[in-house]
Design a protein around this ligand. Structure first.
Ligand code: T5A
Length: 221
């Protein structure tokens, strides 16, 4: 619930990586987790939708191109996957002091279902707060790349149909504009990274941002 103390304030740190299709989230988060683990951090890498047994089932439903569903039905599925992710994975990992990276989290719902599908953002914020029990990320890396560039990357990699990834270009442009709007509103938490550059340059930037953030946090405690 809004105003509830963020669990991560008591234990580990919670970092999310967000962005449109093919922005390079999965590539980045894996490299970050590997390097930070090598430097001695206790790291947990997880993702949405998925990350739990229920989340994995819901993921295959919500992305199934054969399945028609309304925009709110789609939203409830993401929220249900998030609620189980928070309770089963995120809260326990944070309480045990781990540095948790999640490949997508609540900002994806605001960007895709809010800005992309056109659902009411305030209502989505309040549903997100309920599904997450008030657990907000400490830091979010937003990988920003033009929708055309990101989609070309994912389509080069796989021809598998995906109900959301296959939406039209205008939808993905609204999603990306939505992510930028969220970053403009919450610049203290969301750091925008230019993800049009090659993966190793993006990694170097992100690694520095995370390390600076961890140093500042250690200095505060
Ligand atoms: N969704 C999700 C919602 O609508 N609401 C929600 O609340 C949530 C949580 C599934 C879908 O669900 C939607 C959003 C999605 O449509 P997903 O599995 O995270 O979410 O789907 P994608 O974003 O499509 O994940 P991708 O794996 O396709 O994209 P990534 O993770 O951003 O990109 P990545 O790292 O897999 O890279 C894609 C390709 O590009 C290359 C990689 O090698 C790979 O081939 N690449 C680069 N190429 C050039 N330059 C770089 N900097 C590159 N970085 C990676």
């Amino acid at each position: 619930m809004p105003g509830e103390r963020n669990v991560s304030a008591e234990g580990g740190a919670f970092i999310t990586v967000e962005g449109g299709e093919g922005a390079g989230k999965t590539t980045l988060v894996k490299s970050l987790a590997e390097c930070l683990a090598e430097s001695g951090q206790r790291v947990r890498l997880t993702f949405e939708p998925g990350g739990t047994a229920l989340g994995a089932r819901l993921r295959s439903l919500v992305l199934d191109p054969e399945l028609e569903m309304g925009d709110w039905d789609e939203t409830w599925l993401f929220l249900a996957a998030r609620a189980s992710h928070v309770e089963e994975v995120l809260k326990p990992a944070l309480a045990s002091g781990e540095l948790v990276f999640s490949d997508r989290y609540s900002d994806s719902t605001l960007a895709y279902q809010g800005y992309g599908r056109g659902l009411d953002i305030d209502r989505l914020r309040s549903l997100n707060a309920e599904a997450t029990r008030g657990l907000t990320p400490d830091l979010t890396l937003l990988l920003d790349v033009q929708a055309e560039v990101g989609l070309a990357r994912t389509r080069r990699r796989s021809s598998d149909a995906d109900r959301i990834g296959d939406a039209d270009l205008a939808f993905h442009q609204r999603v990306n504009a939505g992510f930028r709007a969220l970053a403009a509103e919450d610049g203290g938490r969301i750091v925008v990274i230019d993800a049009s550059r090659d993966a190793s340059t993006v990694f170097v930037d992100a690694f520095r941002i995370v390390n600076d953030w961890l140093d500042a946090r250690a200095g505060d405690s």
